[in-house]
Design a protein around this ligand. Structure first.
Ligand code: FAD
Length: 306
C-alpha cells in the first residue's frame, strides 16, 4: 500500500497549539481577509522561538501579524502559518535612568497605546506623536509608525530579534537599524524593544497627547474599519490625501470599499468589502492621481496572502 505523505502543516498542527483554517478578517482592523491554513498566538519568547524554528525546519512559510492594523489580507487567505504576536507581552519595566532620560523594555506584542499611557504616568516624553496609533510595539517598529511630529526611529534604543537563520535572539543597537519612512529594513522577528524617553513635566506631556488625539479624531474616520492611511505621502510637499481629494475621489467606492469623506487617504470598509474591492479602488486612485499629478502613490498598507 502506498502511504500518502503527511503535509508539513499537519505535522506542525499536531505538535503545537494552532488554529486551523482561521478567518483572518478577525485579526485585522480592516475586517477583511480569507483564511489562514494555520494560526498561532504564542504567549512568550520560548513558545515563539520553538514554533518558528519548527515551522522553518518544515519549510512552512511564516507570516507575522501584530494587531493587523496596517494589513490588507487577500480574499484567498494566507498559506502556511500566521503568527499573531499580540499576546507576546510581559510587564513594562524601567531598565535604566539618568538625569534626563529613562529607558524602558517592552515586549513586541504590547499595545503601543499601553506604552503611551506608561510614558504619561511616568512623566516621560517622546511618544506624544503616537497618540491614537493602534497596534503593537513590534508592528510599530517594523512600520516605523509615526506622524508629522515624530516616529519610532527616534526613541528606539535597541531591539531583540529572532534570527531566521540561527534561531537565536540577538540584540541590535539603534545605530545598526536601517529605518526609513514607514519602514524598518529587517528580516527577523522583533521580540522586544528598549525605548528611551526624556523626563518632562507630566502636565505638558498630557496636553500634547490630548491635542494630538483630538486632532486625529477630528480628521480621521476612526470609527470605521480601515488600515489607517492607505498610501505613503509622496516626496513632493503635498500629502497623498490632498492629491486624492483634488482628484475628486472622496466618496468614490467599489462595493463596500469607500474613499473616506473625512480623510481621502483612508479607504474604509463600510460593511462587507473584499480585498478585491479594495484593490480595485486602490488602482482607480493610483490611475487618477497619476493622470492628474504625474505622481505614483505607493501603498503604506501591507498587502499579504495568496
Ligand atoms: C485608524 C488607524 C490609524 C492609524 N494611524 C497611523 C498613524 O498615524 N501613523 C502610522 O504610522 N500608522 C498608522 N496606522 C497604521 C498602523 O496602526 C501602524 O502601522 C501600526 O504600527 C501597525 O502595528 P500592528 O501591530 O497592527 O502591525 P500589523 O499591521 O500587524 O503588521 C504590520 C507589519 O509589521 C510586521 N510585524 C508585526 N509585528 C512584527 C514583529 N514583532 N516583528 C517583525 N515584524 C512585525 C507585519 O508582518 C507587517 O508586515 C493607523 C491604522 C489605523 C487603523
Amino acid at each position: 500500500m502506498i502511504q500518502e505523505a503527511i503535509r508539513p502543516e499537519t505535522i506542525l498542527a499536531r505538535e503545537f497549539n494552532t488554529l486551523v483554517d482561521e478567518p483572518m478578517e478577525e485579526y485585522t482592523s480592516f475586517k477583511i481577509g480569507g483564511r489562514a491554513d494555520l494560526l498561532a498566538l504564542p504567549k512568550n519568547k520560548i513558545e515563539l522561538t520553538n514554533l518558528i524554528q519548527r515551522a522553518w525546519e518544515l519549510d512552512i512559510p511564516v507570516t507575522l501579524v501584530g494587531k493587523g492594523t496596517n494589513l490588507l489580507i487577500s480574499d484567498r487567505g494566507i498559506r502556511g502559518l500566521v503568527v499573531v504576536t499580540k499576546l507576546l507581552k510581559s510587564k513594562l519595566e524601567i531598565i535604566g535612568t539618568d538625569a534626563d532620560t529613562t529607558t524602558i523594555i517592552v515586549d513586541a506584542g504590547e499595545r503601543l497605546s499601553k506604552v503611551c499611557q506608561f510614558a504619561i504616568n511616568n512623566s516621560l516624553s517622546g511618544l506624544e506623536f503616537a497618540a491614537g496609533i493602534p497596534g503593537t510595539i513590534g508592528g510599530a517598529i517594523k512600520m516605523n509608525a509615526g506622524t508629522q511630529s515624530g516616529d519610532m526611529s527616534a526613541i528606539i534604543q535597541s531591539i531583540e530579534v529572532l534570527d531566521e537563520n540561527t534561531f537565536e535572539i540577538n540584540k541590535i543597537e539603534k545605530t545598526l537599524l536601517d529605518f526609513s519612512y514607514r519602514h524598518l529594513n529587517l528580516s527577523g522577528i522583533i521580540v522586544s524593544a528598549a525605548i528611551t524617553l526624556k523626563k518632562e513635566d507630566q502636565k505638558k506631556i498630557e496636553e500634547i497627547f490630548k491635542y494630538n488625539l483630538a486632532k486625529r479624531n477630528a480628521n480621521q474616520p476612526v470609527s470605521f474599519a480601515s488600515a489607517g492611511c492607505f498610501f505613503k505621502n509622496p516626496d513632493i510637499g503635498k500629502s497623498a490625501g490632498e492629491l486624492i481629494e483634488k482628484s475628486g475621489l472622496k466618496g468614490v467606492s467599489v462595493n463596500d470599499a469607500l474613499v473616506s469623506h473625512k480623510h481621502a487617504n483612508f479607504i474604509v470598509n463600510t460593511g462587507n468589502a473584499s480585498c478585491e474591492d479594495v484593490l480595485q479602488l486602490k488602482q482607480q486612485i493610483q490611475e487618477k492621481v497619476f493622470a492628474k499629478f504625474n505622481v505614483f502613490l505607493e501603498t503604506e498598507v501591507r498587502i499579504e496572502g495568496e
